[in-house]
Design a binder for this molecule. Structure first.
Ligand code: UDP
Length: 429
């Protein structure tokens, strides 16, 4: 099937703005996913509109990334950052803006691809109102997440209910790993259509620099034992496990040991609070001399950090996919990750890195030590990781699979029953 000239697709990512800096506050994998999928779809010939919520008066309403791909921001609620658990009440306003924008600009879509449960909720509404076909990516499942945290937010029941409805009602769900699909089936619903299409990474940028050159560029000693974390400061990311594991490492106290904990933080906001907590543990364990917190790392500098590292650690309590793991592997660096979710899919233990039980400090320490004490094995794991990412996780490969899926859905006739529902919704019956 081929894309008709300038066929349009809408990606809705209500709380994950594809045009913002990544790595700060709540901006992480979802923002990277939507932006890269959007740009790669545009390279295939789609006209891509990515819809998100505006969080500051200074943000542009439209950001044109490439000729075929733009971000469109609507204000819905106060023009400020609001944690995602408090955003639900602004969805109706966002939908109104969407409908108005669509009408004023004379554009329409046949398929809408929604991201995270709140956008999924809007997608279900638009499907009923306008007959759109809906593709949905969860990015995180409430049923899994709430099992790993103590303070369940007030919005939890609404989220769980919507996540079940969207699985049963969307034309297609995109699970990013077989593990995520299994969770949906076990914890959400046995109904609904699920395809597995993974997340991707930029295989040209990650892997563009080798370890020695990266170390020179970053001023890191050639013989340092460098352990790297990259990601948001969020309790679920398990940074504490990594820090405690380094206290148990046999390299503790060795001048050559270096730990870099990269990721953004804004004083006083939620990720700043987690960073203060982690820094407190670093001090308490006597790791300050070994540890650096460079703050948010731009996508331009990240390839050097990954390449410079001996090992990249992803100690999450739960991870639906985990882009950081494939970015490190694409850079030729082995990964030690928690044996959970998408990390069980991306990291092949003994081949591209090692897996350890989440929050198991001793197991993480052993796995990290095993890799940093054996440079030959480290290089072998690194090479295998790079091959795995090139074969399975490039953005262009991911976009090809999504494009095929959208085209299939567009080609499917609308069922008579659905058509009647749409007509009834439009005539206000
Ligand atoms: N990231 C970044 N700079 C940082 C920290 C993280 O660009 O300082 C990016 C990282 O490269 C990755 C994304 O943020 O692409 C994190 O995605 P992941 O799936 O690992 O975690 P999530 O944030 O979705 O929980």
């Amino acid at each position: 099937m081929s894309i008709q000239s300038a066929q349009r697709i809408a990606l809705i990512s209500f709380h994950g703005d594809p045009a913002v800096e990544i790595g700060r506050e709540e901006a992480g994998g979802q923002n990277v996913y939507v932006r890269n999928v959007g740009e790669a779809l545009a390279r295939l010939g789609w006209q891509v509109d990515m819809y998100t919520r505006k969080v500051s008066p200074t943000q542009a309403e439209i950001v044109q990334h490439t000729p075929g791909c733009r971000t469109i921001r609507f204000s819905a609620g106060p023009l400020e950052f609001i944690p995602r658990d408090n955003l639900f009440e602004y969805l109706p306003e966002f939908i109104d803006r969407f409908l108005k924008f669509k009408q004023e600009n004379g554009i329409d879509y046949q398929v809408v691809h929604t991201n995270y449960w709140m956008s999924g909720w809007m997608g279900m509404y638009l499907k009923k109102l306008l007959g759109y076909k809906q593709v949905h990516t969860y990015h995180s499942l409430g049923a899994v997440k709430y099992a790993t945290i103590e303070n369940i937010p007030a919005i939890a029941s609404k989220r769980l209910e919507s996540e079940c409805e969207v699985l049963e009602q969307a034309e297609r769900i995109v699970a990013t790993s077989p593990q995520e699909k299994a969770h949906m089936r076990q914890l959400v619903s046995t109904k609904g259509n699920i395809d597995i299409i993974p997340c991707g990474t930029d295989i040209h940028s990650f892997g563009s620099i080798d370890r020695n050159a990266a170390r020179v560029a970053l001023g890191i000693e050639p013989d340092a034992k460098l352990v790297l974390y990259v990601g948001r400061f969020d309790h679920r990311k398990g940074i504490e496990t990594l820090v405690r594991a380094m206290r148990e490492s046999k390299f503790y106290g060795d001048q050559k040991l270096q730990i870099i904990i990269g990721g953004g933080s804004v004083p006083g906001q939620s990720d700043g609070i987690e960073r203060d907590r982690i820094e407190g543990i670093v001090d308490e364990l006597g790791l300050r001399e070994h540890t650096k917190f460079p703050g948010r790392l731009s996508q331009e500098i990240l390839p050097s950090y990954y390449a410079a590292a001996d090992v990249c650690v992803v100690p999450s309590h739960y991870e639906p996919f985990g882009l950081v793991a494939i970015e490190a592997m694409a850079s030729g660096t082995p990964v030690v990750a928690s044996d959970v979710g998408g990390l069980q899919f991306t990291v092949v233990p003994g081949e591209t890195g090692l897996l350890a039980q989440p929050q198991d400090v001793a197991e993480f320490a052993i796995a990290i030590d095993k890799i940093i004490s054996n440079p030959e094995w480290r290089d072998k794991l690194g090479e295998a990781g790079k091959r795995r990412v090139h074969n399975k996780f490039s953005w262009d490969g991911v976009a090809n699979q999504l494009s095929e899926l959208y085209l299939q859905l567009i080609a499917q006739p609308v069922l008579q029953e659905e058509q009647k529902e749409v007509e009834a919704a439009l005539s206000g019956k």
